[in-house]
Structures are given as structure tokens and as C-alpha cells.
Ligand binder design. Structure first.
Ligand SMILES: Cc1ncc(C[n+]2csc(CCOP(=O)(O)OP(=O)(O)O)c2C)c(N)n1
Ligand SMILES: [Mg+2]
Length: 195
């Protein structure tokens, strides 16, 4: 028999104070203007390789990542990763430098648009293969759970991981395998499907 596990979601609007609202808005505006500038630079032939934009999806990145603890909790992105990196706290200058293939980029200029990474900001990566990030995110969630079991007083014992991916990617086998493991082991992971 299938057990019903869905929690009850409150339907009342969230209360956001002015300071928080401004912080969230600022993060969204940063994401939008950053992507607009990327589009401009890409079409002017200044950026190499592929550049996949996130215009119009800023609220998802901001709403999820800013509700977590940027720099404390893990974020795992997709090939559309610029704005997730910004919300996670990677400085815009480091993200932009990466897109220009510079040594000062967050992946030392070796990754480019789809391979943003920052250990400091707990950004597990952008990934060119769709669904590739989901098992990586699951691994991060597993280590958090394991750490909580062996040393519950560790300051990072309550880390949460957010795994972002598109609706098309939810057709991928890795997604179903990871859902299964996450449920089986009760891992602290949030699967964010962006449609
Ligand atoms: C393993 C793999 N197969 C195919 C592709 C080619 N591909 C690039 S984007 C994409 C569709 C992704 O759709 P979705 O996850 O909904 O993301 P969206 O572009 O809508 O944000 C595919 C199939 C890929 N990158 N990786
Ligand atoms: Mg899609």
C-alpha cells in the first residue's frame, strides 16, 4: 500500500518585511540585469562557448536560495546557472569573469557559462549534461545526513541541499533514482523543478 507522504502546505501569503523584500528584489534585479548584459556580450561575440540565460526565472532562484542560508547550505545548478550562482553569493564580478574565460573567474576561467563552481559559496556546480547535478546534490545531502548522525553538534550538521533542474530533465532516470534514495534515506534535499 502506498503511504501518503505529502505535507500540508499553508496557503496564506508569506509575510515579508520591508528589509527582506528589498533584499529579495535586489537579488532578482541583479539576476535580470546580469543576464541582459550576458545576452549583449554573447551576441557581440565577446563570450565563448554556449551561454544559456535565465531571464524571467529570477524569482525561483531568489525565492529558494535566499530562503536558505547562502554560503552554508548547498546549491546545485543546471546548465542555466549564472543566476543560481549570484543568489548563492558568488560575486557578480567572478561569474562574469568566468564567462569571459578569465583566470579571476569562479572556475579559474576553465569552466565557462555551464561550469560555474564555488566551494566557498557551496555552489556544487553548473552542469552541461542535464540531470547530471541531481546525483551530485544527493551526495551532498547524504554527507549532511551522515554528519548529523555521527556528530549532531557539528555546526554544519543541519545543512540542506537544493537541487535545481528543468521540467524536461525530470524525464531523466537519474532524477527517479535520486528521488528514491532521498526518500529511502530521508535526506535533507529540496528538488526544485523549474518550468
Ligand atoms: C544528458 C543530456 N541529454 C541531452 C542534452 C541536450 N539538452 C540541452 S538542454 C535540453 C532540454 C532541457 O530542458 P529543461 O530541463 O526543461 O530545461 P530548460 O531548458 O527548459 O530550462 C536538452 C535535452 C543534454 N544537455 N544533456
Ligand atoms: Mg524546461
Amino acid at each position: 500500500m502506498v503511504q501518503e507522504r505529502l505535507p500540508a502546505f499553508p496557503t496564506t501569503p508569506a509575510k515579508v518585511d520591508r528589509a527582506t523584500g528589498l533584499r529579495l528584489y535586489e537579488d532578482m534585479v541583479l539576476g535580470r540585469t546580469f543576464e541582459d548584459k550576458c545576452a549583449e556580450m554573447y551576441y557581440r561575440g565577446k563570450m565563448f562557448g554556449f551561454v544559456h540565460l535565465y531571464n524571467g526565472q529570477e524569482a525561483v532562484s531568489t525565492g529558494v536560495i535566499q530562503a536558505m542560508r547562502p554560503g552554508e547550505d548547498y546549491v546545485c545548478s543546471t546548465y542555466r546557472d549564472h543566476v543560481h550562482a549570484l543568489s548563492a553569493g558568488v560575486p557578480a564580478r567572478e561569474v562574469m569573469a568566468e564567462l569571459f574565460g578569465k583566470e579571476t573567474g569562479c572556475s579559474k576561467g576553465r569552466g565557462g557559462s555551464m561550469h560555474l563552481f564555488s566551494a566557498e559559496h557551496k555552489l556544487l556546480g553548473g552542469f552541461a549534461f542535464i540531470g547530471e547535478g541531481i546525483p551530485i546534490a544527493l551526495g551532498a545531502a547524504f554527507q549532511a545526513k551522515y554528519r548529523r548522525e555521527v556528530s549532531p553538534d557539528h555546526p554544519n550538521a543541519d545543512q540542506v541541499t537544493a537541487a535545481f533542474f528543468g521540467d524536461g530533465t525530470s524525464n531523466n532516470g537519474q532524477f527517479f533514482e535520486c528521488l528514491n534514495m532521498a526518500a529511502l534515506w530521508k535526506l535533507p534535499i529540496i528538488f526544485v523543478v523549474e518550468n
